[in-house]
Every structure is written in structure tokens, then in C-alpha cells.
Design a protein around this ligand. Structure first.
Ligand code: ARG
Length: 244
């Protein structure tokens, strides 16, 4: 009797501990920054659902791993720290595969090709080539590839937690341009007709899911899911439904 009570107590403690860090055996926790439509955004019927292309892929990843998906929405520049501290199991956040990031995390096979573009106020006629963005005042998302890249062109960079805030700064005339990923930029442009999008000769970027270097099996499983989705046509169906 005593023994079973003790065991019961231990199980309860273990469950609480697991719950405390948001983890349990049958849950896969994905970290994202849901201010990056159409890849991840807050919306849906209830208005507080996290949706998007990456989330659909993440759901399939969890399903194939026999787990249920839990989404943790956080600041973009906290994602890698959260991953390496075990708070989340993987990152699905339109994250570009870069050598700097590969030093601390593993990436899946690339799943989407993007590039940076500029958003400027509609009446701005001053930018036609990469030379024209030299020394301009940039707004970017903190910790993004745009943030890193902007320093090649200018010292004047203001970084925000979301692209949305960067765009507000542009609309308020405080910066000259926003450097942002192509699809989210186009998405924001559709809601802000007083802006325009400029494509310059920026290099391609490839998005990957990031996994801790401690979790090679999860990485394999993610790559497997991606391969299956591409082969069975579901990947293309998701692109059509969410992106173009
Ligand atoms: N692709 C860029 C990067 O990796 C921006 C990604 C931003 N993603 C987001 N969910 N806010 O740095």
C-alpha cells in the first residue's frame, strides 16, 4: 500500500516535471515566430491560432514521428537558444540555412527557396541597383539574414522583433527601406498599398528546419517526411494553397 502510494507520487512528480518544461514523450514541440506570413502567422477562426505553410509541414513531421505537435511562438532571435536548451524539438520558421547557424544546429534538406527584397514607400524613386542602397537607413527583423546582410551596405540599421514593426517604421518615414524575405514582403505589401516592392540582385536563400545536433534521428525523420511529401504531391499542394 505504502509502496504503491510512493510510486504513484513519483509518477505524478515525473509527469509534472515533464509538463513543466512543455514536453512529454508523445508531443513534438516546434518553435516558430508567427509573424511571417504565409509561412507562419497568427489567425484562423479563433484569431489566435498559429497557421501557415511551415506549420502544415511541421504537423506532418509530428504525425510521421507518431507524435502530436505543440507550437511555441517566440521571438525569432530566441529560437536557436530555445532549441539548444531543449525547450523546443525543432524550428520551423522560414529559417535560412547559413554557415553561422550550422555551427550550432543541424538543418534539414532545404524545403523552400527565397530571396531578400526591399519594401519602400511608394514615392521613393531613389533605388534601382544595389549601389543605391548604400548608406540608406534599413529596418530589419532582429537576428534575421536581412539583419546580417544589411551591415554590408550601411551602418544605419534598426532591428525589430517582427517584420511588421519594421514596416511600421518605414510607413512612419523613420527609415528608408525594409529588407525582408520575398514572400512575407509580398504578403505585407498586399495589405499596405502605400508601399512598393523592389527586387534587386540578392542571392538565393534556402529555408530548412533546424534540429539540435543531439537529435540526429529527428533530423532523419524530418528529411524523410519532406521526401515523402515531395514524392506524393502534397508538398506542391501545400505550396499552391499557401504561397502561390
Ligand atoms: N529567412 C530569414 C532568416 O532566416 C528570416 C526568417 C524570419 N522568420 C520568421 N518566422 N520571422 O533569417
Amino acid at each position: 500500500m505504502k509502496k504503491s502510494m510512493l510510486l504513484g507520487g513519483l509518477t505524478l512528480t515525473a509527469t509534472l516535471l515533464l509538463a513543466g518544461c512543455g514536453k512529454s514523450e508523445d508531443v513534438l514541440v516546434v518553435g516558430t515566430n508567427a509573424a511571417f506570413p504565409p509561412f507562419e502567422y497568427v489567425g484562423g477562426q479563433s484569431g489566435d491560432e498559429i497557421k501557415g505553410f511551415d506549420i502544415e509541414l511541421a504537423k506532418q513531421i509530428a504525425k510521421d514521428a507518431g507524435k502530436t505537435l505543440k507550437v511555441e511562438n517566440m521571438k525569432f532571435d530566441s529560437l536557436i537558444v530555445a532549441l539548444n536548451s531543449g525547450k523546443i524539438d525543432f524550428i520551423a520558421s522560414g529559417m535560412t540555412i547559413t554557415p553561422e547557424r550550422q555551427a550550432s544546429v543541424n538543418f534539414s534538406e532545404p524545403y523552400y527557396e527565397a530571396t531578400q527584397v526591399l519594401l519602400v514607400n511608394k514615392d521613393n524613386e531613389s533605388i534601382h541597383t544595389l549601389d543605391d542602397i548604400k548608406d540608406k537607413h534599413f529596418a530589419v527583423q532582429l537576428g534575421s539574414t536581412a539583419d546580417m546582410m544589411s551591415k554590408k551596405y550601411t551602418q544605419k540599421v534598426t532591428a525589430f522583433n517582427t517584420g511588421f514593426e519594421a514596416i511600421m517604421e518605414l510607413k512612419n518615414g523613420k527609415v528608408d527601406l525594409v529588407l525582408f524575405d520575398s514572400e512575407p514582403a509580398a504578403n505585407y505589401l498586399a495589405k499596405n498599398p502605400d508601399l512598393k516592392l523592389i527586387k534587386l540582385d540578392f542571392p538565393p536563400e534556402f529555408y530548412g528546419f533546424a534540429v539540435s545536433k543531439q537529435q540526429p534521428e529527428l533530423l532523419n525523420s524530418i528529411n524523410h517526411t519532406l521526401k515523402n511529401l515531395k514524392e506524393n504531391g502534397q508538398y506542391q499542394a501545400l505550396v499552391s494553397a499557401h504561397i502561390k
